[in-house]
Design a protein around this ligand. Sequence first.
Ligand code: 4NS
Length: 590
Amino acid sequence: MCSLLVAGSGVAQDVEPIVEIPPEPVTRPNIVFILADDLGYTDIAPYGSEVNTPTLSALAEQGVRFSNYHTAANCAPARAMLLTGVGNHLAGVPNIPEMLAPEQRTHAHYQGVLGDNVVTVANLLEGAGYHTYMAGKWHLGSTPNKLPSRRGFQRTVAMMDSGADNWEQRPYLPIYDQANWFADGERFTLPEDFYSSRFLIDKTIEFIDSNIGNGQPFFAYVSFMAVHIPVQAPQSFIDRYMGVYDAGWDVLREQRLQRAVESGLVPADTAMTRVSTTGDWDALDDDRKRYEAKRMAVYGAMIEAMDFHIGRLVEYLKSSGQYDNTIFVFTSDNGSEASGPADPEAFPARLGPAGQGYHTDYERLGLQGSYNSISPGFASASASPLSFYKFYTGEGGMRVPLIIAGEGLPRKQVSTPAFAWATDITPTILALAGVEAPGARYAGRPVLPMSGRDLSPLLSGNADRVYGEEDAVGYELTGHAVLFQGDYKLVVNQPPLGDGQWRLYNIARDPGEVVDLASGQPVIFQRMLARYQLYARDNGVLPLPAGYTQMRQLVTNALHQQYREVILLFLLTLLVLMPFYVAYRMKRKR
Ligand SMILES: O=[N+]([O-])c1ccc(OS(=O)(=O)O)cc1
């Protein structure tokens, strides 16, 4: 017998001692969130690609492959949703800042940087005792309070811009004075032997290894620069794709469609549209065909190199005994990119390689000092069998691979056609980690609730959908707009590739967006149009400034950036000279 203080009673009583059985330690999983940049729907082997991606194929075997997952049509808006579970307009990222017009920037939620009204998945996991790491592209704000190190990531090495060189610390567009890299909140100089995919995985392994065995799980966000422009890869990988694309983009588009059908990603009778930027392959002369095929070979090589380095991370986790307790989420920020936004032909001529001191020689294509991108025809093949590509709200810009996998997950080797959206990633990661989503306040400040859905019922097989028939998801980027509801998609694409007409598709039966149902299904069409208007109102979608196009705005912003100093100096000189001029005039008058 012994005296125990009974909780709350304040009196000592003689009772039998209770033998405390320690609770089973709950092993919370490590989570690796891998984000590729500009990877098209059929760019990896488990989605029908000819590119050899054994690591991603093995991961797909270890979990669930989503065939109907959608994301934003360009970078930062997607990242805002992926990392917060909140719609991108509400989170302050309607577009990348590089493409916002001055009229738009007068609105607080049109800054293109992640607002303080949202919490990142890293904040929440860190608060729940996770180690949180990030390596790669950030692009959600580069002022000190917007760095990933201030948004919940404990260890970081991050590139701030829309893209950068993969071989050295060098900007890829003249809108940047330098390639802006930061590590743990400080400016960072890249090592001499830098290649982006290798470096980012090296850093991820270093971060994980520095805390191994201390009992806390980790969350690692690996945000690859592959396969954003400039498309660059090591020679040994390029060699494997020489000759693979010699038959051109139309043949590749067909091959990928066939494999997507065979692997059950899309219906057998999927038809395809042809966007106007896809050139006539047969009309190209042999030199041009050879050059285009090599541009694409470097692209395939960059994907395989990314897969190879993910493989190194998997090997490290296996050899250190952490793999079995790790869940992987692999996806892309948006669909494939055709060398430049809106007007691809204009990009190389006006902003591209020459002005930046890059070369585009055939022999050294993809290596250090070379500027490479894929042409629109191959971007369409990367998105095969979908229509359009990055920057547009066609399926090719928005539907991308999503794999969620890990030893500990109950279902393996399965595919789901359930609709899923970028805001679902954070709630899903939180559910897998057993962490509560925040309410209306976080760390003493009001925050927006997450609108995303937890996808884990699809992982366990407890549900075959997480969005019901009545649930609608809206999205807008520079006038290209969309509403998903059930199997239907209401969509408008603006010029130059689109025609500004709203259309209606059944994307379950017709993922290629070939049969417009707008006039055949007027009730659904009108109902979804009305629903889109609600989305636009509730999310503060602004009308486009007159004459706005993404490319024109990017170029204008770039010129402002480049000539800012010159203009300022000119104005200052005017200001200094003005009194002398006035004095001179007055003297003459007298
Ligand atoms: O080609 N560009 O000019 C270009 C490409 C991509 C881009 O941004 S991203 O962040 O959406 O990838 C910005 C500009």
